[in-house]
Design a protein around this ligand. Structure first.
Ligand code: THU
Length: 132
């Protein structure tokens, strides 16, 4: 594992400490690096109205965008079993970073996937479809 991934993995693991997960009890942590090098963390935040839950990846993304970043080069996601980012998160990330490097794995450092977002969302629909 390269040092950037190792660093973001630790940030993602630390972020799971803040996960608000009374319903699933399934912590997720994310660390998203903007191209200027700033890293934004995220954890999942659940809600009694279940669909209002927001995933860790999107928390990291909306934090970053709301603080002026729109270009990203690395995302690391951790769960207890190495679960992969959901479809909604893939789509929202694709909007800003179709070439994003995504790494996901478990909290012991085992990597399940390390590759481009476009492998996780083939034929993704994005801004270019709307000529943006
Ligand atoms: N979850 C994430 O945070 N990211 C994903 O990409 C998959 C699912 C969260 C949402 C919910 O809090 C819990 O995992 C179980 O679905």
């Amino acid at each position: 594992m390269d040092s950037a991934v190792e660093r973001l993995m630790q940030i993602a693991i630390d972020a799971t400490e803040h996960a608000y997960i009374p319903y699933s009890e399934y912590p997720v942590g994310a660390a998203l690096r903007a191209v200027d090098g700033v890293v934004f963390s995220g954890c999942n935040i659940e809600n009694a109205a279940y669909p209002s839950t927001i995933c860790a990846e999107r928390v990291a993304l909306v934090k970053a965008v709301s603080e002026g970043r729109r270009a990203f080069d690395l995302l690391v996601v951790v769960t207890r079993d190495g679960g992969s980012p959901c479809g909604t998160c893939r789509q929202m990330l694709y909007e800003f970073a179709p070439d994003l490097r995504v790494v996901f794995g478990d909290m012991n450092g085992q990597v399940m996937f390390d590759g481009p977002l476009s492998d996780l969302l083939p034929y993704g629909f994005g801004p270019s479809n709307l000529d943006k």
